[in-house]
Design a protein around this ligand. Structure first.
Ligand code: ITT
Length: 203
């Protein structure tokens, strides 16, 4: 039996791996943009939903295919919910994931109490079809920011994020646990019915 296919509208390899593993049980194939003509992505704004839709729409329109995008971020209580949708750019250009983590730990130095270090990951996923079909879902994962980095799995802020109810960081818990509890896992679980509707590819 054939499968539907969807292009992952992301340039983040960590996200792409998670798209693949989270959707492995569905009858849909997740493809990367690697072998496709370059797609121009819109400038990102400050709303997860608008960003996710814009990324998916750009790919769906450029390729005439189904496209799946994720806009996500880390919201830290002590920082009034920042960096949020700006998480990928936190600390300015020139920083990589570990540079941003160091910057975050520095910003929280004066907030040692567990409560003030409360945080959540948020993820909004958007599925857009070649005919303009659209579905959106959201997921969150609550936790706190650790005092220092722990573990080397995952990506982004995983080494300093301890999910509620767990010992250790998301980067220590590894992909099997992350795929059960993450913001992205929850968003994809909600999007599953729409993903299952993607028609079987004709070529
Ligand atoms: P694309 O737009 O190409 O998908 P991006 O990394 O720029 O890639 P976002 O604008 O959605 O994507 O930024 C999300 C950032 O939030 C990401 O770069 C991480 O820093 C952080 N983040 C999101 N999900 C995360 C996760 O599961 N673990 C750790 N950090 C995460």
């Amino acid at each position: 039996m054939g499968r539907g296919r969807v292009f992952a509208a992301t340039s983040n390899p960590g996200k792409f791996e998670e798209f693949r593993s989270l959707l492995a049980g569905l009858s849909v194939e997740v493809l990367s943009l690697a072998d496709q003509p370059p797609v121009v992505f819109p400038e990102e704004g400050t709303e997860y939903e608008a960003n996710a839709v814009a990324k998916a729409r750009a790919v769906a329109e450029a390729l005439g295919e189904w496209a799946l995008a994720d806009d996500s971020g880390l919201e830290v209580d002590a920082l009034g919910g920042a960096p949020g949708p700006l998480s990928a750019r936190y600390g300015g250009p020139g920083l990589d994931d570990s540079g941003r983590v160091v910057r975050l730990l520095g910003a929280l130095e004066d907030f040692p109490q567990a409560q003030a270090r409360g945080a959540r990951f948020v993820c909004v996923v958007a599925l857009v079809g070649p005919g303009g079909e659209q579905a959106i879902a959201r997921g969150e994962c609550a936790g706190r920011i650790l005092a220092s980095v722990r573990g080397d799995e995952g990506f982004g802020y995983d080494p300093v994020f301890q999910p509620q109810g767990f010992e250790g960081s998301m980067a220590e818990l590894g992909p099997e646990v992350k795929d059960q509890i993450s913001h992205r896992a929850r968003a994809f679980a909600e999007l599953a019915p729409a993903l299952a509707e993607i028609p079987v590819a004709s070529d």
